[in-house]
Design a protein around this ligand. Structure first.
Ligand SMILES: CCCCCCCCCCCCC[C@H](O)CC(=O)SCCNC(=O)CCNC(=O)[C@H](O)C(C)(C)COP(=O)(O)OP(=O)(O)OC[C@H]1O[C@@H](n2cnc3c(N)ncnc32)[C@H](O)[C@@H]1OP(=O)(O)O
Length: 696
């Protein structure tokens, strides 16, 4: 059924006009909605039978904000005129300065422009679970409907953003009465843009703005929108609310066209596109409920997976090999839940309920009626094969057998099985659901549904060593090791990469993950991708010197409780030993590189491997790999993800740079066929492939 888009107005016998926004699923402020609002507000202000106005949203949601599809159109066409020039006309003239009182009845959510419309009203009545927010910064823009000109931009009744909280069933009636009370002078007729009672002196304001500018420089050095917010707030404080709204519209227009906005809007839609899997989500299948799930292995990953499942109200059977390990695993789950409670993310009551769904076992007796088994033991192929062979005899036919492996080829784990199996890999925000040629569409759908239930972002990927993320990023650490063996300071490498936007540089990341893991899987990668790997002895030497990483307080950095990691200068002797063994410094002298070259020598090989991932069809679409790089490797979202960023830099430039580097430093930098083809033909890396070669 076609969705109903528009703005309606119903006038009651009480003389109150209820104006309702309708644009499923989130009542976004698309062009027809904005013109409909202008028409209804004009009409309501002219009609003598209307004393007051209530604004609300259809379907239990007020409004999810301005239509982000318009941003995407502007980015595709470069035509900024697609953006409505409405701030002053709609928000100021027709709402703020309306002769008749306007009350917002807010249910569900009021985000971005949705919240700004509510703020332009003369009062706001909300239902208890309403979500209020200004997420524009996450899209690379700023609120463009005057939010920053209202002197209360924080949520909740306490700060005056919401005047009353009432149960959903009383929302409209309370809002109507509130609007009438304002019309009859029984409640104040407050125009936000005119309010200055909460603004201090100019000097006080300027001091706060100065500190805020310092903070913005620190937390968002690479993004313009945070600094732009401060500029428009200052404009409003110094020159008044109306000037501030005009400044917002002007700055909004500039930011919409910024690279940051293009990247963040791309990631917004890319993340939602991952839910669309051809021949899985478009063939009428329904996901099956996962009522009871077994987790084998109560270590860091197993207990984390068990915790996520329990929080989604799933019964969990946690199996370990002996009572000590089992007790440790259960304690880890308890600690995970306790940490959520202490951080205010979970009530004590819900934590108790979640824990009541957990059962620890030492054998497979409880596996007879499980809907799924997730193996989360150490990365040992024989052990994994043995476990799956054992449980295949016991589990019911419909049961999904899954592994948490982040590296091992699934066909190898499952080679001794007769059953069809599927394997979700790493559980973080990103959930790579890895499919083999044996995995049915139904199982994929079940896993996608379970992934969403445990608040992850599922991305369906093909089967190869490292799957999508770890495969794409294996050159990340190796490029850094090459630079250090070429004489570049390792702490400088980390600083440059964090300045680029990754939260941790490659060396600090290695400390965090633990260097033992890297060594355990090194041979698996060498067997699969050896012809293009840089083999560095640095990790082995580091571990041999007693430095396993954060886990034992020392790696490349020193880790002391309560303080930030400190570079460990004593590690440089280990680095020197590695440099002697690799002996790759030209003429025995350290190379001289710029910061830009450090970024290129580390991330261009990653782009190169990403091209091979696209070429082999390991992902359905390039934007899935962007999402996977952002959520799985913390690649900066404001650069759009690994492929989006590479297309911004330019495939030809990357290809030529890699070609020159490979002539100097060897096969690690050798451009892939996919990259060469696209560079030579002037094609973007994200353009879908013509051929259908795929691992899916
Ligand atoms: C000549 C030119 C002059 C120019 C001058 C400029 C003047 C200014 C004019 C513009 C003023 C701008 C005003 C405002 O300040 C700017 C904004 O409002 S920006 C948008 C702010 N809102 C958001 O960021 C919210 C984004 N959405 C979400 O966070 C979530 O979707 C949700 C709302 C919390 C709902 O979450 P879920 O229930 O999980 O659902 P999904 O996320 O899967 O979404 C479902 C479906 O809806 C689509 N969608 C969601 N939000 C929007 C949106 N704001 N616009 C369009 N579409 C939206 C989403 O893509 C999904 O679609 P599907 O995948 O199902 O097709």
């Amino acid at each position: 059924m076609a969705k109903k888009i528009g703005v309606t107005m119903e006038v009651g016998n009480d003389g109150v006009a209820v104006i309702t926004i309708s644009n499923p699923p989130v009542n976004s402020l698309a062009s027809p909605i904005i013109s409909g609002l202008k028409e209804k507000f004009q009409d309501a202000n002219q009609r003598s039978d209307i004393k007051a106005i209530v604004l609300t949203g259809n379907g239990g949601r007020f409004s999810g904000g301005f239509d982000i599809n318009v941003f995407q159109q502007v980015h595709k066409t470069g035509d900024i005129s697609l953006m409505p020039e409405v701030s002053i006309d709609l928000v100021c003239n027709l709402m703020e300065d309306s002769r008749k009182p306007l009350v917002a009845a807010v249910e569900g959510l009021a985000l971005g422009g949705g919240l700004e419309l509510a703020m332009a009203c003369h009062a706001r009545v909300a239902a208890p679970k309403a979500q209020l927010g200004l997420p524009e910064l996450t899209l690379g823009v700023i609120p463009g409907f005057g939010a920053f000109q209202v002197d209360i931009v924080r949520g909740g009744q306490k700060f005056g953003l919401v005047d009353a909280l009432v149960p959903s069933g009383e929302l409209l009636s309370t809002s109507r009465k509130w609007a009438l009370d304002i019309a009859l002078g029984r409640k104040p007729f407050l125009r936000s843009l005119h309010r200055t009672d909460k603004i201090g002196s100019l000097s006080e304001a300027r001091a706060i703005l100065k500190d805020t500018r310092q903070l913005a420089k620190k937390i968002a050095p690479n993004m313009p929108q945070h600094h732009a917010c401060i500029d428009v707030i200052e404009e409003g404080i110094v020159h008044g609310g109306y000037s501030g709204v005009l400044k917002e519209a002007e700055v909004f227009k500039q930011l919409v066209m910024s690279d940051t906005a293009k990247a963040l809007v791309h990631v917004f839609f890319a993340q939602r596109a991952t839910s669309k899997v051809p021949n899985v989500t478009d063939v009428g299948l329904k996901p099956r409920p996962m009522k009871k799930v077994a987790v084998i292995g109560g270590g860091l990953m197993g207990s984390g997976i068990a915790t996520a499942l329990l929080l989604s109200n799933t019964r969990v059977v946690l199996k370990e090999i002996n009572p000590d390990y089992l007790q440790k695993g259960i304690k880890s789950v308890e600690a995970n839940l306790k940490s959520l409670v202490s951080r205010g993310k979970l009530t004590q009551d819900k934590a108790g309920k979640a824990l009541s769904l957990l059962k620890g076992v030492l054998d497979y007796a409880e596996f007879k009626d499980v809907d799924m088994v997730i193996e989360a033991v150490i990365e040992n192929i024989q052990l994994k094969q043995k476990i799956f062979k054992e449980i295949e005899e016991i589990c019911p036919p419909h049961c999904i057998l899954a592994s948490n492996t982040s590296t091992i080829d699934l066909n190898v784990i499952g080679e001794k099985l007769t059953q069809k199996i599927a394997f979700p890999a790493h559980i973080m925000t990103l959930l790579e659901i890895v499919r083999t040629e044996n995995t049915s569409a139904q199982v994929i759908l079940d896993l996608m549904s379970l992934g969403k239930a445990i608040k992850k972002v599922p991305v369906v990927v093909g089967n190869c060593i490292g799957f999508a993320v770890n495969r794409t990023f294996f050159p990340y650490t190796q490029g850094a090791h090459m630079l250090v063996n070429l004489g570049v300071d390792l702490f400088r490498v980390d600083r440059v990469i964090t300045s680029f936007g990754l939260p941790l540089g490659p060396f600090q990341l290695g400390d965090l993950a633990g260097h033992g893991i890297g060594m355990a899987v090194k041979e698996i990668y060498a067997k699969a991708y050896g012809n293009r790997m840089f083999r560095s002895p640095l990790t082995e030497l580091l571990v041999k010197s007693g430095r396993n990483g954060k886990i034992n307080g020392r790696g490349y950095y020193i880790y002391e409780k309560g303080s930030k990691p400190k570079p460990d200068s004593s590690v440089l002797s280990v680095v020197e030993e590695s440099r002697k063994l690799t002996n790759i410094m030209p003429g025995g002298k350290p190379i001289s590189v710029t910061d830009k070259e450090i970024v290129e020598m580390i991330l261009f090989p990653v782009v190169n491997e990403a091209c091979r991932v696209l070429d082999e069809g390991v992902v359905i679409r390039a934007s899935d790999l962007d999402v996977a790089s952002v959520l799985g490797m913390s690649f900066p979202s404001y650069r759009g993800g690994i492929i989006f960023w590479a297309d911004t830099v330019g495939p030809k430039y990357i290809y030529e740079k890699l070609k020159r580097l490979s002539e100097t430093y060897g096969g690690f930098f050798k451009p892939s066929r996919y990259l060469e083809e696209r560079a030579m033909n002037g094609m973007r890396l994200s353009e879908p492939k013509a051929s259908s070669r795929s691992r899916m």
